[in-house]
Design a binder for this molecule. Structure first.
Ligand code: ADP
Ligand code: ZN
Length: 724
């Protein structure tokens, strides 16, 4: 009987041998196999003549696919991933496949349940809906297209949906997208604005290399028309009947973004985000694979979407941290985009107002082609940036008195204001006024965050929550005070100061699910709220045309961080936040409250802009021999006893000794303990990326086989983005 080598979703760097009565099973096909007491779904990789376990081999239980679900290009991408990230091939393939396929379901998607209008596209809104606001909203959405039931339920309650159905306005139906979808075609004429000179230069440069690999870094301030450059570059690709894959950050994918692409080309865009059902995701995957979609927009994992006729890849906001997967296969979708574009011989555009230092360095050394947009399109002005010295100033909920006056001025002028705090909850710590005891999570050794409206304190590292204590655990004193400011506290304060205006909090507590965020953004831009208080989410590509004042409460922490990337991230955050203001014709201003008004980093950023700051930061990295001028890999462990992690990493360290490899550690991670586990790390640094890969690759299987490896949870992070 022929022997097949199968990749299984297990943390083992090896293939597994199985028997099957017939020859000719193709690599990339799924099979069901017995594994111990379980049954697993694996992927055929190859055949072999001989096996060390010849007399113990078991047969394949079931062949799921006749045709490979992982085609040749995807297969070679998996091999690259396994090799570069030193990750078990079976787990790589598991990551790359849509969930429905991992579970062994057919690769033909099942019909999708949608809600659609009964009589098609009526232009008038039925009178019955005049007093049902939500139903009316839904009706208007349905005028544009039928909505899959799963995404519907995130925005509308069952009552709203049922309302429309009972009034005979809408109905549920199941559509078989596979049969329905046609190959895309473009309209006769495509309306578009005349590009300005810099845009035209960029579009021309890109259009001239459509038939080969080339990576472009499009560096353009917010509102400078980067998206317009994408749109006009894409047009050529679609005309050639090729497909475009667009990656966007995790929470940057809004209906507005999608609509902009659909409207320009009058085609249906395939959307991939984390709230889809397995079946919906599979449907987009399939339609892209068979070439029926011209444009696919999605978050990180859509980099694995197969395309029948790939024509271009775009990574928007390429600096965004969400492109890096933090667990399992720790890939960076932006870096993978380079690999895919090379493989397909197609252009890649990396766009950002605040490019990562890695990409910027590649552009400055000529590996990427740098395209710059310096002006805001349509004459919009850039926000004026300033720092406010808050040393020795009284602060209420983190705000200086002068800032409150400024906020009032902007509100009175009929504009919106936006405030950024990097902590959610009411306050990041609760302490005893008598003895100073701080309430800490015992599993993480970090202070609990106080959530006042929920009457609880919660650990933001492990999620553990407790009711707020009435007295100090140490001394029994009754006066417990909070320290620091979170979004909840600031919102409460501003609501009290400005009761005549509507305040809204935008953080992961108040925004559960993407649809909720989309709704909030629509409300804000419709003028329902004037004061926006939020965390990082605010900085992620959403446009707030009526915001004229942006306040950053306190960003000093990042100026003294142990992480060498902290200043880069701070500069990106400040620049992105200030880019939210004054997008329309209204000029905006950004104020940064700080105890370090003279800090060179802040001064450089405020006066000379991100581009200047970034180039200077690169020269500093070069002096310190830090990435991108050297390369990192990070071994991490988590264990119940700190000693186990230490011993394991010491073994690893001994193995990896090499004159051109610099090893740092084992040392405790920045976050030493989480969820009761001790966390250690070993940093591997070298001038040569190839050497790191070679050394780790050489020992990976041996490390996996170390007896200590069973006592700890360990992982390898290639090109780590943080040291938490
Ligand atoms: P970015 O993606 O860099 O933030 P956008 O492409 O969204 O910028 O452009 C910002 C605004 O300017 C949008 O409203 C867009 O329609 C408009 N715009 C872009 N390019 C032009 C142009 N050449 N002429 C007129 N308006 C433009
Ligand atoms: Zn905890």
């Amino acid at each position: 009987m022929p022997i097949y080598q199968v990749a299984l979703p297990l943390p083992k760097r090896q293939l597994f041998d199985y028997l099957y009565e017939h020859t000719g099973l193709q690599p990339g096909c799924r099979v069901r196999v017995p594994f111990g007491p379980r049954e697993l779904i694996g992927i055929i990789i190859s055949t072999t003549e001989d096996s060390p376990f010849l007399n113990k081999l078991k047969p394949i239980t079931q062949v799921i696919d006749q045709q490979p679900v992982i085609d040749q290009t995807l297969l070679s991408l998996c091999n690259w991933l396994a090799g570069y990230y030193h990750h078990p091939i079976g787990e790589v393939m598991h990551t790359v496949l849509p969930v429905a396929l991992r579970k062994g379901e057919s690769d033909k998607p099942k019909p999708i349940q949608v809600l659609s209008l009964i009589e098609g596209n009526q232009a008038v809104i039925p009178e019955q809906l005049n007093r049902a606001k939500k139903q009316r909203e839904l009706y208007i959405e349905l005028l544009e297209r039928a909505i899959p039931v799963s995404s519907l339920k995130q925005t509308y309650t069952d009552t709203v949906i049922k309302g429309l159905v009972e009034k005979n306005i809408a109905k549920f139906e199941s559509v078989d997208e596979q049969d329905e979808a046609m190959e895309f075609s473009l309209p006769e004429t495509i309306e578009k604005p005349q590009p300005n000179v810099e845009q035209a230069l960029a579009i021309t440069a890109i259009s001239q290399s459509l038939a080969k690999y080339r990576c472009f870094l499009l560096e353009g301030i917010t509102g400078s028309g980067k998206t317009e450059v994408y749109l006009q570059s894409i047009e050529e690709v679609l005309k050639n009947h090729k497909q475009v894959l667009i990656l966007v950050p995790e929470i940057g994918l809004t209906p507005q973004t999608v609509k902009r692409f659909e409207k320009r080309f009058e085609i249906k865009v395939g959307i991939l985000h984390s709230n889809l059902t397995d079946n919906e995701r599979l449907a987009v995957w399939q339609k892209s694979r068979s070439g029926k979609l011209g444009i696919i927009i999605g978050t990180r994992s859509s980099i694995f979407t197969p395309m029948a006729r790939p024509g271009m890849i775009i990574v928007d906001e390429e600096h965004d941290a969400s492109y890096k997967q933090q667990d399992g296969l720790k890939y960076n979708a932006r870096d993978l985009a380079v690999i895919r574009a090379k493989e397909h011989k197609i252009p890649l555009i990396l766009g950002s107002a605040t490019p990562s230092l890695e990409s910027l360095n590649n552009a400055l050394t000529g590996r990427y082609q740098l395209l710059q947009l310096h002006q805001r399109a349509g004459n919009a002005l850039q926000a004026k940036q300033s720092v406010l010295d808050i040393t020795n100033q009284p602060l209420t909920a983190g705000l200086a008195a002068g800032m409150l006056t400024r906020i009032e001025q902007h509100l009175k002028a009929g504009n919106q204001v936006m405030l950024f705090v990097n902590r959610r909850g009411f306050a990041p710590a609760l302490l005893c006024h008598q003895c100073g005891h701080v309430e800490e999570c015992r599993r993480c050794n970090k202070p609990y965050t106080v959530h006042k409206s929920l009457h609880k304190m919660q650990c933001h590292h492990c999620g553990a929550a407790k009711p707020l204590p009435k007295q100090c655990k140490e001394c029994g004193h009754h006066e417990l005070i909070t320290q620091g400011v979170g979004t909840e506290q600031l919102t409460m304060y501003l609501e009290q100061e400005f009761p005549q205006y509507s305040s809204v909090r935008i953080d992961s507590d108040s925004v559960r699910g993407k649809a909720k965020l989309d709704n909030l953004l629509t409300e804000i831009n419709g003028g329902a709220h004037q004061i926006l208080i939020g965390t990082q989410i605010l900085s992620k590509g959403h446009h707030f045309p009526n915001v004229t004042l942006v306040v950053i409460l306190d960003a000093d922490g990042a100026l003294f961080s142990a992480d060498f990337r902290a200043s880069e991230h701070l500069a990106q955050l400040i620049t992105q936040l200030s880019g939210r203001a004054g997008r329309a014709q209204k000029p905006g201003e950004m104020w940064l409250q700080t105890h370090q008004p003279g800090h060179p980093l802040l001064q450089d950023l405020i006066h000379n802009g991100y581009g200047h700051f970034a180039r200077f930061a690169l020269s500093e990295r070069k002096l310190a021999n830090l990435p991108p001028f050297s390369f990192h890999a990070l071994f991490r462990t988590e264990s119940l006893k700190a000693q186990d992690g230490f011993e394991f990493l010491s073994h690893v360290s001994q193995m990896l000794q090499h004159p051109q490899v610099h090893l740092v550690g084992p040392i405790p991670a920045i976050m030493e303990k989480r969820q009761g586990k001790y966390r250690m790390q070993l940093l591997v640094q070298s001038q040569s990326r190839g050497l790191i890969n070679k050394v780790i690759g050489h020992f990976a299987a041996e490390i996996e086989a170390l007896p200590m490896a069973r006592k700890v949870r360990w992982s390898i992070d290639i090109d780590p983005q943080d040291f938490m």
